[in-house]
Design a protein around this ligand. Structure first.
Ligand SMILES: NC(=O)c1ccc[n+]([C@@H]2O[C@H](COP(=O)([O-])OP(=O)(O)OC[C@H]3O[C@@H](n4cnc5c(N)ncnc54)[C@H](O)[C@@H]3O)[C@@H](O)[C@H]2O)c1
Length: 343
């Protein structure tokens, strides 16, 4: 588990979570997973981490680790016999990697999700929560985006996450697997790997803390996002576990629209030093509004607790004065690269 994983307060849904004694978290050593595992461990659950990465030196007493590859159904099946809840977070989270290695991305995200569902079908599991992504929507036609917005991914990553959704849905409807799907918007928070994290909050803050200009693309006023703190995302996932309807899809976001210029302003205010924002306006492919309509999630009783300023402040404190600069080769243009077959 990453050292950064921090427990989130979920005492308000403790009673609803009470029916899940044994919880499996696939991808429990990753950015999202480490916070989920810390939260469940602090809430007294028996947690089983399923991850391809080796275990860390120290784990809380109620957390165990199985090193497995979700692409290998025979390896994961025996580990899932006695779990009440599964949070499926393992996967490739990177659009960039999905363009470089589309087969790897599909086998991990789509085939891996199929393997998990097959392993759980007929088991005694009481709930599966699958973490999907807003990238399944493609370029939004309307804003804020409701869950019934058309899906039209333009990256292999969006297609593999959507394939995972379809698999989860059919296992629910045809085989009775009790499953709920969440689509996360733009996440940020402590513990992101700078080599993989392509979200604007982390990237902008890393440049700014190093005294460099913030480098954006597109129209920084028209390009808006729904920035969701990792703490709120963890809570939202556990709301889906506790109260989400089976067979349903929920947007997971703050529901707040923030332009890139507003984000840079927040970073300047929090750090006490005005941010220098420059943008390549010739790249317009991702100048759109990507904001969640969170009405459905809020209907479960969820409300975000972390404002963008609070979240940026916490992340800035964690990163310190000279964090590693962003190292993600982010894809800006559709069709910028040709797919590489066979990898
Ligand atoms: N980070 C975001 O902004 C974001 C946004 C939307 C959705 N998501 C989804 O959230 C999930 C977690 O993302 P993250 O940011 O924590 O990524 P991450 O890379 O930090 O964590 C993923 C974890 O999955 C594990 N894993 C990868 N392949 C595996 C395999 N074949 N078998 C077993 N374990 C494997 C990794 O070792 C890692 O610990 C992903 O499914 C991603 O699609 C993330």
């Amino acid at each position: 588990m990453q050292a950064m994983g921090a427990a989130v307060d979920v005492s308000d849904i403790a009673a609803d979570l009470g029916r899940f004694e044994r919880v499996a978290v696939t991808g429990g050593l990753g950015f999202v997973g480490s916070h989920v595992v810390a939260t469940l461990a602090a809430a007294g659950r028996s947690v089983l981490v399923l991850d391809i990465a080796p275990p860390p030196d120290l784990l809380p007493g109620n957390v165990t680790h199985h090193r497995v590859d979700i692409r290998d159904v025979r390896a994961i099946t025996p580990t899932l016999r006695e779990v009440d809840l599964v949070l499926h977070l393992a996967g490739n989270p990177s659009g960039t990697v999905s363009v470089d290695r589309p087969r790897f991305d599909f086998e991990t995200n789509a085939q891996g999700t199929f393997n998990l569902c097959e392993a759980l079908a007929g088991s005694s599991v009481r709930k599966l929560v699958y973490l999907s992504s807003a990238m399944v929507y493609g370029v939004p036609r309307t804003c804020p985006i409701t869950e019934d917005h058309p899906v039209a991914p333009f990256l292999p990553y969006g297609a593999s996450k959507l394939s995972g959704e379809h698999v989860v849905s059919v296992f629910k409807h045809a085989l009775g697997l009790p499953a709920t799907i969440g689509r996360a918007f733009t996440l940020y928070g402590p513990g992101e790997d700078p080599k993989r994290a392509g979200g604007e909050v982390t990237q902008f803050l890393r440049w700014h803390l190093n005294g460099e200009p913030i480098r954006a693309t597109g129209d920084v006023d028209a390009k808006t996002r729904d920035f969701c703190s990792i703490g709120d995302l963890v809570r939202a996932l556990l709301f889906l576990a506790a109260r989400g309807d089976e067979g349903e899809v929920y947007n997971l976001g703050s529901g707040t629209e923030t332009s890139l210029r507003e984000l840079a302003d927040v970073i300047g205010t929090v750090t006490g030093r005005q941010a220098s924002l420059i943008s390549d306006e010739s790249i317009t492919d991702d100048t759109y509004r990507l904001v969640a309509d969170t009405t459905k999630l809020r209907g479960l009783g969820f409300a975000p607790r972390t404002s963008l300023a609070e979240g940026v402040r916490a992340l800035a404190a964690e990163l310190g004065d000279h964090p590693a600069p962003p190292a993600v080769d982010t894809i800006f243009r559709r069709g910028q690269r040709v797919g590489v077959a066979g990898r």
